[in-house]
Design a protein around this ligand. Structure first.
Ligand code: GAP
Length: 478
């Protein structure tokens, strides 16, 4: 038996399939050598995802050793890689354009900002409490019949619900050592306002002409009444927002362009088309600032829900900041020799929600194997290197391959356990390629390249591995 056959045996022993078949197929390029168990299933139960995320290091409950804190989550080693990939893809898609500039504004802003924006007066949800079981609900999201009948959806008792009362979602704190009303500041509930108040600073310093946009990624805070569904609705989250300033009259044209751009971005990230749709806001749904609004929705296991909002905010925001600050925020169009308050088309995506979509959409289970079918651009690692056995001649070769790949790709190595177990571990974290270094590698300098989604294997020259991986990632079919 040569060493190549030995490697096949090792895989066989772990996965429990036929030795001769696998040996034959191992030498047959692109042939599947692992067992396909059954029909592929999607994610149906969020608890499965929550536990995979904890076990593999994507997302942990915040302050877990103290019993956790409601609706707060921490990103683990893989979660932060996934999040950084999402942010980087979004940032590049925005700021690689000549007409979009970036910014990073402070979280704490002058309190008048939030008066001008309408958040102090109107950023509230109607809250209802059950006096019996102490459960709390958003009246606008409750079953209308139960609300009308004053029946608690949680304990089922009648006549125990309070009247709906408006609850402002902004977190308040105090600036400086004295906690009085004069020192109240807010944790920003959206990143957008930091862009609006910097509109002229950016336009003038970057010498931009309208139409142009300003992009920002940053934390936002909302004291949500009913957070939940894992990282879907939390009280601390990140937004990726872009505000595009246009001449009044051209706003609906830009609104349509940005709608198309934004859904395409999600599709380019590998999110399945049939799981995405637009939802148009009707008159009753429109936010106080919006002239028109569409949500991009995703079909989660708990139903169709908003992933991102695209809003035509008219001249509301700059008009209000001009009024409240007393500063002239008009744009001067030199060519046309006219002054005006620009209209704003906003694209506003939750970073954590985009990450939840990436996780939920990638999840696959065939009755035996679980794998995360991320687009490689999203995958925390692009490839994992496996020395077949912990023998110096294999691990040294593997270390050299790893160091070389690390120059251009985010890759990892795994030496612990059987090769089959290592494949499974990487499948579960969505690593698209596995590279096995075996005894043949030492003699003929080829490695086995395993594909996560099909489990197909091919033999490729070790020296061309980086080039091959980069090529496959660049031409990935979604
Ligand atoms: N500047 C406009 C704005 O903030 P929004 O629809 O309130 O609009 C935009 O929020 C996006 O921010 C949402 O589509 C969602 O992805 C994300 N988001 C909002 N509230 C969130 C929360 N409590 N937890 C997680 N993400 C949230």
């Amino acid at each position: 038996m040569n060493t190549y056959q030995k490697s096949c045996l090792c895989v066989d022993a772990d996965l429990g399939f036929c030795y001769t078949l696998s040996t034959k197929l191992m030498s047959d390029t692109n042939a599947p050598v692992e067992k396909v168990a059954g029909p592929v299933q999607d994610l149906k139960d969020m608890n499965v995802l929550v536990s995979l995320c904890k076990q593999r290091g994507f997302v942990f409950p915040s302050s877990e050793v103290y019993g956790g804190i409601n609706a707060c989550w921490d990103y683990g080693p893989l979660g932060i890689e996934l999040k950084r990939n999402i942010k980087e893809l979004w940032w590049r898609s925005m700021t690689d354009r000549e007409d979009v500039e970036g910014i990073d504004a402070a979280i704490l802003m002058h309190p008048r900002v939030w008066e001008a924006s309408g958040h102090v007066a109107g950023f509230s949800d109607p809250m209802v409490d059950c006096k019996n079981c102490k459960a709390r609900f958003r009246a606008d999201k409750m079953d209308a019949d139960k609300l009308a009948a004053n029946e608690c959806p949680s304990c089922g008792k009648k006549g125990t619900l309070t009247e709906p009362r408006q609850f402002n979602l902004m977190f308040k704190t105090h600036m400086g050592p004295v906690e009085d009303t004069a020192n109240v500041v807010y944790l920003r509930p959206e990143t957008a306002q930091g862009i609006y108040v910097n509109f002229l600073n950016v336009q003038q310093s970057a010498r931009q002409k309208i139409p142009f946009g300003i992009a920002q990624i940053g934390k936002a805070f909302r004291n949500e009444i009913t957070p939940g569904n894992f990282i879907f609705r939390t009280r601390e989250f990140e937004q990726m927002e872009m505000q595009y300033f246009v001449k009044p009259g051209s706003d609906m044209e830009w609104f349509e362009k940005w709608k198309a751009e934004r859904i395409q971005w999600h599709l380019d990230n590998g999110i399945r088309k049939e799981k995405l749709r637009f939802h148009q806001h009707g008159d009753g749904e429109l936010a106080h600032y919006a002239k028109a609004a569409f949500d991009i929705e995703y079909e989660f296991p708990f139903g169709w829900q908003e992933l991102e909002g695209i809003h035509n905010r008219s001249d509301f925001d700059l008009g209000r900041h001009q009024e409240f600050s007393g500063k002239n925020l008009q744009y001067f169009d030199e060519a046309a020799k006219e002054k005006y308050i620009p209209y704003i088309v906003e694209t506003s995506a939750g970073c954590d929600r985009t990450l939840l979509v990436a996780l939920a959409d990638a999840y696959r289970f065939d009755g035996d194997r679980t794998w995360m079918q991320f687009h490689p651009n999203l995958s925390p690692y692009k490839a994992a290197i496996f020395p077949l056995m912990k023998k110096p001649e294999l691990t040294e070769y593997s270390d050299r391959v790893l160091a070389d790949l690390k120059k251009t790709l985010r890759v990892t190595s795994d030496e612990a356990g059987s090769i089959g177990k290592r494949y499974r571990r990487q499948d579960e974290i969505g690593t698209p390629f596995g590279v096995t270094i075996d005894y043949d590698t030492i003699t003929n300098h080829t490695v086995t390249l395993r594909h996560r989604d099909t489990m197909a294997q091919e033999r490729v020259p070790a020296e061309k591995l980086g080039e091959i991986l980069r090529e496959k990632i660049a031409h990935w079919k979604v």
